[in-house]
Each structure stands twice: as structure tokens, then as C-alpha cells.
Design a protein around this ligand. Structure first.
Ligand SMILES: Cc1cc2nc3c(=O)[nH]c(=O)nc-3n(C[C@H](O)[C@H](O)[C@H](O)COP(=O)(O)OP(=O)(O)OC[C@H]3O[C@@H](n4cnc5c(N)ncnc54)[C@H](O)[C@@H]3O)c2cc1C
Length: 375
């Protein structure tokens, strides 16, 4: 490691990994992103970046690019019970410089990939290697091996390899495995044009997040700018939501595509760092999607790494001390948001929790530098 050259391997080119590449763009850096997939297609449906994440996009100077390429500014929340009665309405400020942005997952991924691989600073090289499944990492030497026998080395290794992380097992031998929560999420995509004959569905034509909540079932609907499809069973979806308002079931009938995700979590880990390796995103703090904070927390992690590695590293001890700072600064907050995401799905005496509870804590984050200066 020298002061003018710094090499980084990011394992995983999902939201956390690509955002980290953006955060680490600096002259004299070489960043390699290894991903096991072929990036042929991201799966899923709508995904939101909350105010805490869009503030960071502003800081990086990429907000306009993201907003203009598939980002839909969310106007607020309308929350209904399972009889179809509106019981909560939240209007988000129209003039906010860090609004909640909703994307189709493919758009979000494509935008981050473009920004990650087109640094605007000179002498910063970023390379993505696909079809590279990481099977081993030596956290002390910073060497990574992939399934096809290739080896890569760097000063810093970022484990952004998602909920089923291989790097987690390197950082924490006997790391807990992701546990099923007994809940699943249907992700469906429906063209707005096909909902025009359902009068009650008119609200979906506004850029609003609509929730319908009853017992242990909840429906969350967001507007994205694009239509992408994946396979699944509409009949099973209708059965799962039997008893919910008819207009919602009519909306479900209009979808030709669903995907079912089993929801898993990992308890807070004892550490996210070891030697030259730092875990981020779902590898570090996989959480239920009930607060829509998984991607936003990944972006917070990326921003924090950008802050701690803003200046060139002096030596190995310096690198490890910066990783300590990263971990200390991120752990409490990410673990709280992880816990809140679980609590949001729990009911109190048969009454479901207010989905807006914890919102101020979740979205009122002002970046890692603020945490450093407040110590
Ligand atoms: C149903 C559902 C809805 C959600 N909705 C929202 C939402 O609205 N808002 C929100 O903020 N979050 C949401 N989330 C959570 C969000 O999707 C995740 O928190 C986020 O994608 C985490 O990003 P990541 O980069 O850590 O992991 P991932 O996006 O999973 O990326 C991991 C990457 O690592 C690669 N990889 C894995 N193993 C290896 C390996 N061994 N070698 C090389 N590459 C590897 C994978 O191919 C992948 O590209 C939702 C999640 C679910 C399940």
C-alpha cells in the first residue's frame, strides 16, 4: 500500500457494492467489482430510496442522474385497513431536496452500475468482472479466490455479497445463517393502464405509496416508471389476500406476473470487520423489507466507507483503524434500523404497528461525517 495508489476489491455488484464504488472514486484508485452473476437481469419490482439515502446521492452529485433515470418522487403514504378504510395519510414535503425516490429495481441497478463504472475523477479505474463467484478470501493478505480458480488481491476488500454472504463466513467463523422468518413477500408488477376500470385503484395512478394492512398480511404499492416482469402465481396471491378489499383483489387480477420472496433475516453480527475486510449491506445487516430501508442502509454504509477512506491510507494499521471507525459508526444505527424493521411487522395486542413509527430516526440521518464530529 502506498499513499498514491490504493486498490479495492468489492465482492458483489448489487446496490451496496455499486454504491461503494461510487463513494470510493478518487484519483489513484483501482476498484475491481466481482459478481457471481452475469448481470443479465435484476429481479424484483419497486424499491425505494428514502430521504437518508437520497441526501447521500445529493452529496455525491448523482441525485439528478438518478432522479432523471427512472426515479419517481414519492408524494407520501396512504394506509388502509383490510376493510379498505383509509386510516393514515402522510404527505411528504413537495419541496424537499432529499425526497423519497421509487425505482424499478432494474433501473436502480443500471443507474448505480453506470455511475460506478464512469468515475468523474481522473486516474480512477473501475472494472466489473462478471461470472466471478468468490469462494475464499484471506482477510490478512487481501487475496480473493473465485470458483474458476482466479485470484485477485487488494489493499481493501469490501464484502457486499448480500444476505447469503460468503465473506460473512470469512469475517466471522460460524457466522449465523439467514433464518426464515415464516413470512414471504409477493412482488408483482402491473401496468397502470390496466387498472383504469377499477375506480378505487385511481390512487395508484398518483406517485404515492399505498399500503393495505390486515393481521399478518400487508400490501405495499408504489409507482415506478417502467414495467419489467418475472414469473409466479396470481391465484396463490389472491388466496393469500382473501378477505382484503375487492378493489385490491381486482388490482391483483390485472397482474400477469408475480414473484415470491421468502423473507429471511440475520441477527446483528458481533463484528463486520476482519483484517482488510469490511462487510456492508445485507452481508452485514440483512433486514426485513418492512421499513424499505435495506437499500438505503447499504447506501449509508457506502457513504461511511467513502468518508473513512477519503484520505489515502498510510499503512496497514491505518487501514484497520479506519475500518474500526467505520464499524463503530455504523453498527448501532444499522442494528437499530434492522430491529425496527422487524418490529414494524409485529402487532401489539392484535393491532398492527404504525408503519410510520421510527420514520424520523430512519430518514433523519445526516451522513457519517456528522457521526465522526459528534464523538
Ligand atoms: C421483498 C423485498 C422488498 C424490498 N424492498 C425494499 C425497498 O423498498 N427499499 C429498500 O431500501 N430495500 C428493500 N429491500 C431490501 C434490499 O433489496 C436489500 O437490502 C438490498 O438489495 C441489499 O443490497 P446488497 O447489495 O447488500 O445485496 P444484493 O442486492 O443482494 O447484492 C448482492 C450481490 O452480490 C452478488 N454475490 C453474492 N454472493 C457472491 C459471491 N460469493 N461472489 C460474488 N458475488 C456474489 C450477487 O450476485 C449480488 O449481485 C427489499 C427486500 C426484499 C426481499
Amino acid at each position: 500500500m502506498t499513499t498514491d495508489k490504493f486498490t479495492i476489491i468489492i465482492v458483489g455488484g448489487g446496490i451496496a457494492g455499486l454504491a461503494t464504488a461510487i463513494a470510493l472514486h478518487k484519483p489513484g484508485r483501482e476498484i475491481i467489482i466481482l459478481d457471481q452473476s452475469k448481470f443479465l437481469r435484476e429481479v424484483g419490482a419497486a424499491i425505494s430510496l428514502q430521504a437518508n439515502a437520497t441526501k447521500i446521492l445529493r452529496k455525491w452529485g448523482v441525485y439528478d442522474y438518478m432522479a432523471n433515470n427512472g426515479g419517481v418522487r414519492d408524494g407520501g403514504f396512504e394506509i388502509f385497513d383490510d376493510k379498505g378504510n383509509l386510516f393514515k395519510s402522510v404527505v411528504l414535503p413537495k419541496d424537499s431536496v432529499s425526497p423519497r425516490l421509487v425505482f424499478h429495481r432494474v433501473d436502480l441497478h443500471n443507474n448505480l452500475l453506470h455511475l460506478a463504472t464512469h468515475p468523474t475523477v481522473p486516474d480512477c479505474k473501475v472494472r466489473v468482472e462478471l461470472n466471478k463467484k468468490v469462494t475464499f478470501c484471506d482477510s490478512s493478505s487481501g487475496t480473493v479466490e473465485t470458483e474458476d480458480g482466479a485470484q485477485f488481491s487488494a489493499d481493501l476488500i469490501v464484502g457486499a455479497d448480500g444476505i447469503h454472504s460468503r465473506l460473512r463466513e470469512i469475517v466471522i467463523p460460524n457466522a449465523p445463517k439467514p433464518q426464515p422468518t415464516g413470512t414471504s413477500a409477493y412482488r408483482i408488477l402491473t401496468p397502470i393502464s390496466s387498472l383504469e376500470h377499477i375506480p378505487e385503484a385511481k390512487q395508484f395512478m398518483k406517485p404515492l405509496t399505498t399500503m393495505v394492512i390486515g393481521g399478518d398480511r400487508r400490501h405495499v404499492q408504489e409507482t415506478t416508471s417502467n414495467a419489467w416482469t418475472s414469473e409466479g402465481s396470481v391465484d396463490k396471491l389472491l388466496q393469500s389476500f382473501a378477505g382484503f378489499p375487492q378493489w385490491l383483489l381486482d388490482v391483483f387480477k390485472e397482474t400477469s406476473s408475480t414473484a415470491l420472496w421468502q423473507l429471511r433475516t440475520v441477527p446483528p453480527l458481533p463484528t463486520w470487520i476482519r483484517g482488510r475486510v469490511a462487510l456492508i449491506g445485507d452481508a452485514a445487516h440483512a433486514m426485513l423489507p418492512l421499513r424499505g430501508q435495506g437499500a438505503s442502509q447499504s447506501i449509508e454504509d457506502a457513504e461511511a466507507l467513502g468518508v473513512v477512506f477519503d484520505e489515502p491510507c498510510r499503512n496497514r494499521e491505518d487501514l484497520e483503524s479506519r475500518l474500526q471507525t467505520f464499524f463503530k459508526g455504523r453498527y448501532e444505527r444499522a442494528s437499530k434500523v434492522q430491529a425496527y424493521s422487524t418490529e414494524t411487522g409485529q402487532s401489539e395486542g392484535g393491532t398492527f404497528r404504525d408503519p410510520m413509527e421510527f420514520e424520523e430516526y430512519s430518514t433523519g440521518y445526516d451522513g457519517f461525517q456528522k457521526w465522526i464530529t459528534s464523538r
